[in-house]
Design a protein around this ligand. Structure first.
Ligand code: IVH
Length: 669
C-alpha cells in the first residue's frame, strides 16, 4: 500500500469536510451551492484517494453511506431508555382535558408552555452517538427492544455520522430520536420508476420509508430517498438541555434536520390555533403528517408528570380526523363471503385518502345500497378512518352522468348462480348453496386463519389455487396434501412448499377453541368457541350437545344454538370431522390450563396497540387459564394496555381495574 503523504492527507480531510458541507446544504437546508456534476467530481476524487489508501478511510467519510454487505437478518437491540408511545386525542375538548391533567399534575393554575410539532408519519428510530460517532441505530420495535439497522441508517445522507468535538466531550453518550420519512414527491418519483421496471409500487410514503429501512441489503436503502427528522434525545438530564426547545436548538446546531413547523407556545388556546393551522397546512406539505404532537416544554416538569403504562403524561398526539375525499364509482362488485353473505363493494377511481390510495369501498348491504341509490359513474365522498375499510358517506347526485344506470342488488349468487335469500331479521342476503365456490374458498381461508388452525402461508391466493387445481374441496383435505402436489402450483418453490406442509403438520396439534372456531359455524367466532370449549371441555361432549343445553350457555343464545345443531347434524360436516381425525388432527380436551394456570380465573381486557398481535396475547392468557373479554366491567381483573388506548383505559381507571403494560404482563407469567 502506498504511504499517503501529508499533502494528500490534508486534501483528503478537506474533501470530506467539503462533501459533508454540501450534503448538509443539499439534504438538510435544501439550498445547494454547487451543481450535481461539481459534487460528483468531489466525490469521485474522494473515492479515488480511498481506493489507493484504504487505511485513511474513517467511519464519517461520506463514502461510508453508500451501503456495505447485506445482512442475514437484523439483530435485536435492547435500549437503555425505552421509546415511549403517545396517548391520543382527537378533539379540542379532549385536549383541554389533557391540559387540565397536566396542570393538576404540576399543581399549577397558570398556562403551560408547550412545544407543538407535526406528527410525522414515518418510522421511529434511535441513533446512538458514542464519543461523537454514530455507532448504533435501531427501529423502535416494542419500545425496549428494536432492530439493529445501523448500516441502513448510515445511508441516509442527512444523518450526521460524527458530531462536533465539543458535543463528543460534553455528551460522550447521546441517543437521538426521530422519524425517518420519505417525501411525497420522492415517493411518487420512486413509484413511477418501480412501475416502469415492472416492480410492485409501494403503498404510501410511510410504507416506502419503513420498507426501505428494513432492507437486508443497505445498497437498496441507499438508493431510496429517505430523510431523518430529529425530535428528541432519550435523556432529559443532560447538562445544558433543560427543555424540549433547547434540545431542538442543540440538535439543529449539530447538523440534524429539525422540522420547520415546530413552535413553543403557551396555553390551551394557542395550541388549538396551531392545530387548526397544521390541519390547513397539511395538504401543502411534501411529507405526510397524521396529527400534531404536543409536549410539555420543561424537562423537570416532564419528569414530575412521569408516565402511565407506555405513554408519558407530559405529551399527547392530537390526531387529525378521518379524511374525506371525492372519487368516482366505476363498478359495483358483489362479493360472496364464507357464510354466503353477499356484500356490495364499490370499485372506485383510485383516490388518495389520508395517505393511501383507495380503490375499494364497502357499501355494506342491500339497504345501504338502496339508501345511497348508487348509479354507475356516480361521484361520491369516501371516508377512511385509520386502517378500517373505507366507506362511501355521500353521493353527489348533482354530478351524476346523464343516463347512468342504477346499481341493483343481484337476484342470483354471483359466484354459483343459485337463488339467494334474505333471512328474517338480517340485512344481508345469503347464498345457501354450501358448494358455492366463493363460500368454499372463504371457509378454507377462515379455517387456516390466525384464530383457527393458524396455518402460516395459507392465505387468499394459495386457497384459491388449491381449489382451482382441485387439490382441496373442503378444509379437511388440507391434511392430506403432499409437497409433490404443491410443487406444480404457480410461484411455488421447493422451500415454500415444504414450509406449508410443515405449517399444516404443526396445526394438527391445536386447541379445542381454535378447532371450534375453524369449523366456521355461523355465529361461532373466537368468543363463542371459547365459551363452548369451557362449557363442554371436549369435542365429543360438544358433539352430543342438545339444543337446550346450548341455548342456556350465557353468550350463546337461541340462534347460534340452532346453527350449531344444524351444523352437527349435517352429513357433510360429520364426514369432514371424521376426515380431519383420520388426517391426524388431534382434538384435545379443554381443561388443562383453566384451573391450574398462572392466570387461572383472571379476566383480561386488551386495548391499544401492542408489539404483538392481540391474538398472541389472547392465546397466552388462555393457555395460562385466564380469559379475555371485549369490554371493561366490574369483573375485569386486568387491562393489558398498549399505546393509543381508547375509552377502555378511562373506564378501567374509573372502575379501579389494574392497568398493566406488556412488560408487567410478561412478568406475571
Ligand atoms: S415524540 C414520548 N414527536 O409518533 C415521546 N413522536 O406514538 C414519543 N412521531 O411512532 C415520541 N412525530 O415515531 C414524537 N414530533 C414527534 C413525532 C413522533 C411522529 C411518532 C413516533 C412514534 C409515535 C409515538
Amino acid at each position: 500500500m502506498a504511504q499517503p503523504d501529508k499533502k494528500l492527507f490534508s486534501e483528503y480531510e478537506k474533501l470530506k469536510d467539503e462533501i459533508n458541507y454540501h450534503n448538509r446544504l443539499y439534504y438538510v437546508l435544501d439550498r445547494p451551492e454547487i451543481s450535481d456534476a461539481e459534487y460528483d467530481i468531489l466525490f469521485d476524487r474522494l473515492l479515488e484517494i480511498e481506493k489507493k489508501h484504504p487505511d485513511l478511510v474513517t467511519p464519517d467519510s461520506p463514502s461510508q453511506r453508500v451501503g456495505t454487505e447485506p445482512s442475514k437478518k437484523f439483530e435485536p437491540v435492547r435500549r437503555r431508555v425505552p421509546m415511549l408511545s403517545l396517548q391520543k386525542v382527537t378533539t379540542a375538548e379532549e385536549f383541554a382535558e389533557f391540559d387540565r391533567r397536566v396542570r393538576e399534575g404540576l399543581e399549577k393554575t397558570e398556562n403551560i408552555e408547550y412545544v407543538t410539532e407535526p406528527k410525522l408519519d414515518g418510522l421511529a428510530v434511535e441513533l446512538v452517538y458514542e464519543n461523537g460517532w454514530f455507532t448504533l441505530g435501531s427501529t423502535r420495535g416494542d419500545g425496549v427492544t428494536g432492530e439493529n439497522i445501523t448500516l441502513n441508517l448510515k445511508t441516509i445522507k442527512n444523518i450526521p455520522l460524527k458530531l462536533s468535538d465539543k458535543t463528543a466531550r460534553t455528551y460522550p453518550l447521546l441517543e437521538v430520536r426521530g422519524e425517518v420519512i420519505m417525501r411525497k414527491s420522492a415517493f411518487e418519483k420512486l413509484n413511477r420508476k418501480l412501475t416502469e421496471n415492472g416492480t410492485a409500487p409501494l403503498a404510501n410514503p410511510r410504507n416506502g420509508a419503513a420498507g426501505s429501512l428494513r432492507q437486508l441489503d443497505p445498497k437498496i436503502t441507499a438508493a431510496r430517498p429517505l430523510l431523518f427528522y430529529a425530535y428528541g434525545v432519550s435523556d432529559t438530564t443532560l447538562p445544558g438541555l433543560g427543555r424540549q426547545s433547547d434540545t431542538f436548538v442543540f440538535l439543529e446546531k449539530e447538523g440534524f434536520l429539525i422540522n420547520e413547523h415546530i413552535k413553543t407556545i403557551t396555553g390551551l388556546n394557542k395550541v388549538e390555533k396551531e392545530f387548526q393551522r397544521l390541519t390547513e397546512l397539511r395538504p401543502e406539505l411534501d411529507y405526510e403528517i397524521d396529527g400534531m404532537v404536543v409536549k410539555v416544554n420543561d424537562f423537570a416538569a416532564q419528569d414530575l408528570l412521569g408516565q402511565i403504562s407506555r405513554a408519558p403524561r407530559w405529551a399527547v398526539a392530537w390526531k387529525f380526523k378521518a379524511e374525506l375525499a371525492e372519487s368516482v364509482i366505476q363498478t359495483v362488485e358483489f362479493s360472496v363471503g364464507r357464510t354466503g353473505v353477499i356484500t356490495p363493494i364499490a370499485k372506485l377511481k383510485p383516490t388518495r385518502v389520508s395517505g393511501v390510495t383507495v380503490s375499494n369501498a364497502s357499501l355494506h348491504n342491500e339497504d345501504e345500497l338502496n339508501r345511497l341509490e348508487i348509479h354507475l359513474g356516480d361521484t361520491v365522498i369516501i371516508r377512511r378512518a385509520g386502517d378500517v375499510i373505507p366507506e362511501v358517506v355521500e353521493v353527489k347526485t348533482d354530478k351524476r352522468p346523464e343516463g347512468s344506470r342504477k346499481v341493483k342488488y343481484p337476484a342470483k349468487c354471483p359466484s354459483c348462480g343459485e337463488a339467494i335469500v334474505r333471512l328474517e331479521g338480517e340485512a344481508a342476503h345469503r347464498c345457501l348453496n354450501p358448494a358455492c365456490p366463493a363460500q368454499v374458498e372463504g371457509r378454507l381461508i377462515h379455517f387456516a386463519s390466525k384464530g383457527g388452525f393458524d396455518i402460516e402461508g395459507l392465505g387468499d391466493k394459495l386457497a384459491r389455487q388449491l381449489i382451482r387445481e382441485k387439490l382441496v374441496a373442503e378444509p379437511a383435505d388440507l391434511f392430506y396434501l403432499t409437497k409433490e402436489q404443491l410443487l406444480p402450483l404457480d410461484l411455488m418453490a421447493e422451500k415454500k412448499a415444504q414450509n406449508i406442509i410443515d405449517a399444516i403438520d404443526r396445526s394438527r396439534r391445536t386447541s379445542l377453541p381454535r378447532i371450534l372456531n375453524a369449523l366456521g359455524i355461523i355465529g361461532v367466532g373466537e368468543t363463542a368457541a371459547q365459551l363452548l370449549a369451557e362449557q363442554f371441555g371436549s369435542f365429543e361432549k360438544f358433539r352430543r350437545a342438545d339444543l337446550e343445553t346450548l341455548e342456556n350457555i350465557p353468550g350463546i343464545g337461541r340462534v347460534i344454538a340452532k346453527n350449531i345443531i344444524d351444523f352437527l347434524a349435517g352429513e357433510g360436516n360429520r364426514r369432514m370431522i371424521e376426515k380431519m381425525k383420520a388426517g391426524g388432527v388431534q382434538f384435545p380436551d379443554y381443561t388443562s390450563s383453566k384451573t391450574s394456570g398462572k392466570l387461572s380465573g383472571k379476566i383480561f381486557v386488551i386495548t391499544g396497540t401492542l408489539s404483538q398481535p392481540r391474538n398472541y396475547y389472547k392465546n397466552l392468557i388462555e393457555e395460562n387459564g385466564g380469559k379475555v373479554t371485549g369490554s371493561v366491567s366490574g369483573s375485569t381483573d386486568y387491562l393489558l394496555c398498549g399505546t393509543d388506548p381508547g375509552s377502555k383505559l378511562a373506564k378501567a381507571k374509573k372502575l379501579e381495574v389494574a392497568v398493566i403494560d406488556e412488560d408487567q404482563f410478561r412478568k406475571m407469567l
